[in-house]
Ligand binder design. Structure first.
Ligand code: ADP
Ligand code: TPW
Length: 581
């Protein structure tokens, strides 16, 4: 593209004269000064040289095939490390592609910074039609926790400091940083540049809860007959694993992990009430929420799920005061960072804290035993072709022996069944569709998790879900990442058996090409492709993939009639919702 050539030349990072520096260098130095060592992104005007420079200066630049996946990788890196993950994109379309990931990060409370190159203010504001022109700052604002633009090279240090602080302090979220092309090429005195950089001190300060709020919370817990602790991904993010475990074990209170809090305590822990989830949600009388919002994933804290009309007493530990009373009244809010709040609760327990009544624990144990034996019977079946259960049993058997493996999971049925069948033994190892129930996080999260941890990732993907980010298989191969993707191939969205009732030439809206060979996509990039039609083949292929640590895709053939519409969310489809009313 001719115009591209001209523009690229205008912004190229020619080494500045000895005693001067430029925007490119200041951005990279500011990030490095704050211990950010990786950028996930996709190059083009005006940021190609920024990526090159990052690499030259010892940072990792992980290049993607679509910005949404780069953004998702950055977001998951932020969630794993409590440092903002950084995603770099070009202007307008590249920025918009990344914006979905930024919005998803904000929704999930993951710290990330989307840095996009942009056109000059003068042209954008007069709408004069620049190459990839867009008012990106204003477009980002509704979807980000904060959005900033830097216009002068001497403000780059402050701009990056503000972005980091906004991303990780308080409730974490996505931050947008707008860097106009001209800023990157701006030169200033090197000494002035150095002085302008900011090393952020204590980016996410501890927030100690007020003592009376801790006492109020303990009073509710002490008087409860059927207490329950609910751990959300905020609790996993907080990296307060030891105090959280101590609180649970010292009080003896049964707990439920939300999907990404699985592994905070091993799912096999005897106080886990996961196998009696509906029972404990409905029957508990007091619930301590730790880093979990009462949103749709928890039926908004009301209704039949929660045993209405009985009244539930809620204690909520969260860093965001405005979260309290979002859906139902919270009797005992405890506002602060989870580490500090849980430690304060622990200290306040005293030696006379009553154990939960035996009837409550017995009732849960009984319900768990019943449900587990039902599940064991279902898992033991060996239908041909495989269904979700028999395939997940095969995966579970391998992962049981590899607790260090990171698990990425999306789809409808694939997500719902994997969440309950695949146990997690370590914290922050499960990454999924999260608060939005979004499809498309798969390969971005898998790459982000592999790059950040340097350890094996297994992505368990519905075939539809996989399609949103499937081209990143090339990225996985290019960086030779230890990612094994398992595609649950049932020929469509939810399942593959729908028919178009009109008899017209098009297939039904949920149906894909039959018997697709996703494993061959992987082979196209030099990775290993496997085709599994039985649990034995799946177990063998997965064990081999993990042992090799090489990019692998397993095409797992699932009965195309096995899924249900929207998995467990059938009731959210407007028709079902209307019938219910
Ligand atoms: P889940 O989906 O697992 O139920 P949510 O994403 O709904 O979890 O809730 C996470 C909550 O955790 C958010 O309300 C967020 O404000 C809170 N949070 C995140 N990090 C911290 C922290 N370090 N300390 C306290 N609360 C936190
Ligand atoms: C960005 C809607 C929810 S689940 C799903 C879609 C398209 C795919 C389900 O089929 P899949 O899984 O992956 O084959 P399975 O196990 O049931 O066979 N676009 C976005 N997000 C969402 N959630 C959708 C569409 C959806």
């Amino acid at each position: 593209m001719a115009e591209a050539g001209i523009n690229e030349a205008q912004t190229a990072a020619a080494p500045p004269a000895q005693d001067t520096t430029d925007g490119f260098h200041l951005v990279i130095e500011a990030l490095k000064l704050n211990d950010i060592d990786t950028i996930f992104g996709l190059v083009g005007i005006p940021i190609t040289d920024l990526a090159r420079l990052a690499q030259a200066e010892g940072m990792r630049f992980i290049g993607f095939r679509h910005e949404q996946n780069a953004g998702n990788a950055a977001a998951v890196a932020g969630y794993m490390t409590k440092k903002p993950g950084v995603c770099l994109t070009v202007s307008a379309p590249g920025f918009l592609n990344g914006l979905t990931a930024l919005a998803n990060a904000t929704t999930n409370c993951f710290p990330m910074i989307l840095i996009s190159g942009s056109s000059e203010r003068e042209i954008v504001d007069l709408q004069q039609g620049d190459y990839e022109e867009m008012d990106q700052l204003n477009a980002a604002k509704p979807y980000a926790k904060a959005a900033y633009r830097v216009l002068h090279a001497e403000d780059i240090g402050i701009g990056i400091a503000r972005a980091i602080r906004a991303a990780v302090s308080g409730r974490p979220g996505g931050v947008y940083l707008d860097l106009p092309a001209r800023l990157l090429a701006q030169t200033i005195e090197a000494a002035k540049g150095r002085q302008s950089l900011v090393k952020v001190v204590d980016a996410a300060p501890r927030q100690i809860p007020a003592p009376d709020t801790v006492e109020r919370a303990l009073d509710v817990l002490r008087t409860a007959k059927r207490p329950l602790i609910l751990l959300g991904k905020g609790a996993a993010y907080a990296q307060a694993d030891a105090p959280i475990r101590a609180l649970i074990e010292k009080t003896g209170i049964p707990y439920l992990p939300m999907s990404m809090a699985k592994g905070l305590l091993p799912d096999t822990h005897e106080q886990s009430a996961s196998a009696a989830r509906s029972f404990v949600l409905a029957e508990s009388d007091a619930v301590l929420l730790i880093g979990a919002r009462l949103n749709w994933l928890l039926s908004h804290g009301k209704g039949k799920t929660w045993g209405a009309p009985a009244r539930k007493r809620f204690i909520q530990v969260d860093i965001a005061p405005t979260e309290i009373d979002s859906n139902v009244a919270i009797e005992a809010p405890v506002i602060g960072d989870i580490g500090s709040c849980v430690e304060a609760l622990l200290e306040g327990l005293g030696s006379d804290f009553p154990k939960p009544p035996a009837e409550w624990l017995d009732a849960i144990a009984q319900r768990k035993a019943q449900n587990l034996s039902k599940m064991a019977a279902t898992l033991a079946k060996n239908p041909a072709p495989m269904n979700f259960h028999s395939a997940l049993r095969a995966i579970r058997d391998v992962l049981k022996t590899r607790p260090e493996v990171n698990v990425v999971n999306e789809g409808a049925n694939t997500l719902d069944y994997a969440r309950s069948i695949i146990d997690m033994a370590q914290p922050r190892k499960r990454f999924d569709s999260g608060t939005w129930g979004i499809m498309g996080i798969g390969m971005g999260f898998a790459i982000g998790a592999a790059v950040t941890s340097g350890t094996q990732v297994v992505a368990i993907e519905g075939d539809s879900a996989f399609g949103f980010s499937g081209m990143e298989l090339e990225t996985i191969c290019r960086y030779d990442l230890p990612v094994c993707t398992i595609v649950f191939n049932n020929n469509g969205v939810y399942r593959g058996t729908d028919v178009n009732p009109t008899g017209g030439p098009d297939v039904a809206p949920t149906v894909f090409v039959k018997n697709a060979r996703y494993d061959r996509m992987m082979e196209a990039f030099g990775g290993t492709g496997r085709h599994a039609t039985t649990p034995e083949e799946l177990t063998a292929a997965l064990a081999e993939a993990i042992a090799s640590g090489k990019p692998t895709l397993i095409n797992a053939v699932i009965d195309e009639s096995a899924g249900t519409e929207s998995g467990r969310l059938t009731n959210l489809n407007p028709q079902s919702a209307a019938t219910k009313k």
